[in-house]
Design a binder for this molecule. Structure first.
Ligand SMILES: Nc1ncnc2c1ncn2[C@@H]1O[C@H](COP(=O)(O)OP(=O)(O)OP(=O)(O)O)[C@@H](O)[C@H]1O
Length: 561
C-alpha cells in the first residue's frame, strides 16, 4: 500500500506543470474508483437477486440493468484515459530528463557516468511507464476491495470481527514479505548500472573482446557474476511475492473456514446470509490477488522512481542557464583566461591533476596551436576555453566581461569545436537552411568527399565511412556553423599525409583569413610554424606562449614547412 501511495505521489509530482496530464491522472483514478465500486455494487445486487428467489423486486432488476451498463462503461473510460496518460507521462519524463542532462555541466555528467544516464533513460523510464499503466488498475481493484468489504459489513456485521482479525494477521505477515521484495528489487536495480556498463562493453568494445580471448573470458566471468547477483536479488523478490500470494489465498480459506465452522456456534444469522458472505469473500480473492500480482512491477517501478528522482536531484541545481535562448556567437574583441585552474578528483589516485593557474589571451584572426605531451592538460584547457567546464579558480573573460553560470551557454555559442572523441550527427541540425545543400556540396568537394557523400535537405547520405572521412564530415558541419572561434582537438591525427597538408597549409589559414580565431590542439610538430602563436603545456602549466619560429622546446628547433 505504501508503494501505491509512493507511486501515486511521484506520478502527481511528475505531472506537475502539465495540467492536462494531471487532470487525466485524476480522471483515470476517479473513473477507476467508480468502476470498482460499481463492480462491488453489482455483486451485492446479484446476491440479493439470488436470495430473492423467483420474485425479485423491480428496483433490484433496474439496479442490475444499470450496473451492467455502468461498470463496463466506466472501465472503458478509465482505460482510454489511461492510454492517453501513459503516452503523455512517458514523453514528459523522457524529454524532461534529456533536457536536464543537456543543461547539466559537462564535468558533473562525466562524474555521474554514461552507464547511469543510459540506465535511467532506457530502463527506469520504461519501468515508470509500467507504474503509470498499473496504478489505475490497482486503484480499481482497491475500490472493489473497499466496496466488497462495505457490502459484507452491511450484509453481516457480526462477521466483521472475524474478517478484521484475519486482515490484521495478513497485514503483519504481508508487511515483511512486501518489505523484503521491495528491498531486493532495489538491490537488483543498484546492480543494473553495472550490468549496463557491461552491455556497453559488449556493443562498443566488440572488436577488442573478439581479439583478446583471455580478456573476453575475464570480462564474461565478471559479467556473469553481476548478472547472477542481479538475478539472485530479483529471484529473492519474486520468491517473497510468491509466498505472499500463497499465504494470501490461505488466509481467504481461513476466513471462510471460520465463517462456516466457528461463527455459527456464537452467532445466529438469517438464512442465506452466510452463503452470500462466503460468496463475497470468494469474490474478494480476485482483486486482492491482482493487487498482490501488481506488487512486483510496482516495487520495480518504485526502485526506478527512486533512481530517477536521485538522478534528477543530482542534475538539479546545477543548471548552467542552458534554458536561455542560445544565439550564435556575435563579434568579439578579446578572450582572456585569468588565473584559471581546474583539477580532477580521483578517488583511486593519490595524485590530483591540476591545470593552471593559467593566464592566456586570444584575439580575433589568430591561429594558435596548443601543444604538449600526453596528459599535459590540452583537452582540459580546451574544455575550459569552450565553457564546457566552469573554472574552479579564476575566470574566463570575454570582451572584459567575466563568463558566469548564467551566461556560459550563450558564451559557448561563439565556438565551433571538433573533439578527438567527436559525435557525428547524420544531419546538419541547427545550421541556417539558406542554400544549405549547395554550400555543403561545395565544402564536400574541398574535403575530397564529393564521391562518397551527398547532402540532400540538410541530411548526409551516409556516415558509414572511415574515421578520417567521418572527421572530414565533422569539419563540414563545423564550417557550416560559421562561428567566430574554432577549436580542433587533434583533428588531423587520422588524416592521410596529403590531406593533413591541405588541412594545415590551406584550410586553417583560410579560416584565419576570414577573421576566425582557430585554436588547434596538435602533435604535428612539422606544421607548428604555420601558426601565429604556439602555446605549450607541461604538467598543467604554460611552458611556452609565443612565436612558433622562436620555440626551441624539447623537440628542438622547428622545421618550417
Ligand atoms: N574526465 C576526467 N576525469 C579524471 N581525470 C581526467 C579526466 N580527463 C582528463 N583527466 C586527467 O587530466 C590530465 C590531463 O588530461 P587531458 O586530457 O587534458 O590531457 P591532454 O594533454 O589532452 O592529453 P592527450 O594528448 O593524451 O589527449 C590527465 O592526467 C588525465 O588523466
Amino acid at each position: 500500500m505504501l508503494q501505491l501511495l509512493n507511486v501515486a505521489r511521484y506520478l502527481l509530482g511528475m505531472s506537475r506543470g502539465v495540467r492536462m496530464s494531471r487532470l487525466t491522472l485524476a480522471g483515470v483514478i476517479f473513473t477507476g474508483l467508480l468502476s470498482g465500486l460499481a463492480m462491488a455494487a453489482l455483486v451485492a445486487v446479484i446476491n440479493q437477486l439470488i436470495t430473492a428467489g423467483a420474485a425479485p423486486s423491480r428496483r433490484l432488476m433496474w439496479a442490475f440493468a444499470a450496473l451492467v451498463v455502468l461498470r463496463p462503461a466506466l472501465r472503458l473510460g478509465s482505460q482510454l484515459l489511461l492510454l492517453r496518460l501513459t503516452e503523455h507521462s512517458f514523453y514528459v519524463l523522457r524529454v524532461e530528463l534529456c533536457r536536464r542532462i543537456l543543461a547539466t555541466p559537462m564535468r558533473h555528467l562525466e562524474e555521474l557516468g554514461r552507464a547511469r544516464l543510459m540506465a535511467a533513460l532506457s530502463t527506469d523510464v520504461g519501468q515508470i511507464a509500467t507504474a503509470v499503466v498499473l496504478m489505475p488498475q490497482l486503484v480499481m481493484h482497491l475500490a472493489v476491495v473497499v466496496g466488497f468489504t462495505a457490502y459484507l459489513a452491511w450484509l453481516a456485521l457480526p462477521l466483521m470481527p472475524v474478517l478484521l482479525a484475519v486482515s490484521v494477521l495478513g497485514w503483519f505477515s504481508f508487511r515483511r514479505a512486501v518489505g523484503k521484495a521491495v528491498e531486493k528489487t532495489a538491490l537488483g536495480r543498484e546492480l543494473y548500472d553495472q550490468l549496463f556498463q557491461g552491455l556497453r562493453a559488449v556493443t562498443e568494445g566488440t572488436k577488442e573482446l573478439k581479439m583478446h580471448g583471455p580478456r573476453r573470458d575475464e570480462f564474461l566471468a565478471d559479467f556473469d557474476d553481476v548478472s547472477r547477483r542481479h538475478r539472485r536479488e530479483i529471484r529473492h523478490s519474486d520468491v517473497a511475492l510468491a509466498w505472499l500470494a500463497t499465504w494470501s489465498e490461505m488466509l481467504f480459506f481461513l476466513a471462510i473456514g471460520l465463517f462456516l465452522f466457528v461463527t455459527p456456534a456464537f452467532i445466529t444469522l438469517q438464512p442465506g446470509v452466510l452463503a452470500s458472505a462466503v460468496l463475497a469473500v470468494l469474490m474478494l480473492r480476485t482483486p486482492v490477488e491482482a493487487l498482490n500480482n501488481g506488487l512486483p512491477a510496482l516495487a520495480q517501478s518504485a526502485a526506478a522512481i527512486e533512481k530517477v528522482e536521485r538522478l534528477t536531484r543530482d542534475l538539479a541545481g546545477r543548471d548552467t542557464g542552458a534554458h536561455s535562448p542560445a544565439v550564435p556567437g556575435a563579434a568579439w574583441r578579446s578572450l582572456e583566461l585569468v588565473d584559471v585552474t581546474h583539477g580532477y578528483r580521483r578517488e583511486a589516485d593519490d595524485e590530483r591533476f591540476l591545470l593552471g593557474p593559467l593566464n592566456l589571451r586570444f584575439v580575433p584572426g589568430e591561429l594558435v596551436f596548443i601543444v604538449g605531451g600526453n596528459g599535459s592538460g590540452k583537452t582540459t584547457l580546451a574544455k575550459l576555453i569552450l565553457g564546457l567546464y566552469a573554472p574552479e579558480g579564476g575566470e574566463v573573460v570575454m570582451d572584459g566581461v567575466p563568463v558566469t553560470d548564467a551566461t556560459r551557454d550563450r558564451y559557448r555559442q561563439h565556438f565551433s569545436a571538433i573533439f578527438a572523441d567527436f559525435f557525428l550527427f547524420d544531419d546538419l541540425r541547427g545550421v541556417s537552411p539558406e542554400a544549405l545543400d549547395r554550400r555543403a556540396g561545395a565544402y564536400l568537394e574541398r574535403l575530397h568527399l564529393q564521391h562518397r557523400v551527398r547532402v540532400r535537405d540538410g541530411r548526409l547520405s551516409t556516415t558509414d565511412l572511415s574515421t578520417g572521412q567521418r572527421k572530414r564530415l565533422a569539419l563540414l558541419a563545423s564550417y557550416l556553423e560559421d562561428r567566430p572561434l574554432y577549436l580542433f582537438d587533434e583533428w588531423a591525427a587520422d588524416q592521410d599525409p596529403a590531406f593533413k597538408d591541405v588541412f594545415y597549409t590551406q584550410l586553417l589559414p583560410e579560416l584565419r583569413a576570414q577573421g576566425k580565431t582557430v585554436l588547434v590542439i596538435s602533435h604535428d610538430d612539422r606544421y607548428y610554424a604555420t601558426a601565429d602563436r604556439l602555446v605549450r603545456l607541461e604538467n598543467g602549466a604554460v611552458a611556452y606562449d609565443g612565436d612558433p619560429n622562436e620555440y626551441a622546446g624539447p623537440l628542438g628547433a622547428l622545421e618550417a614547412v
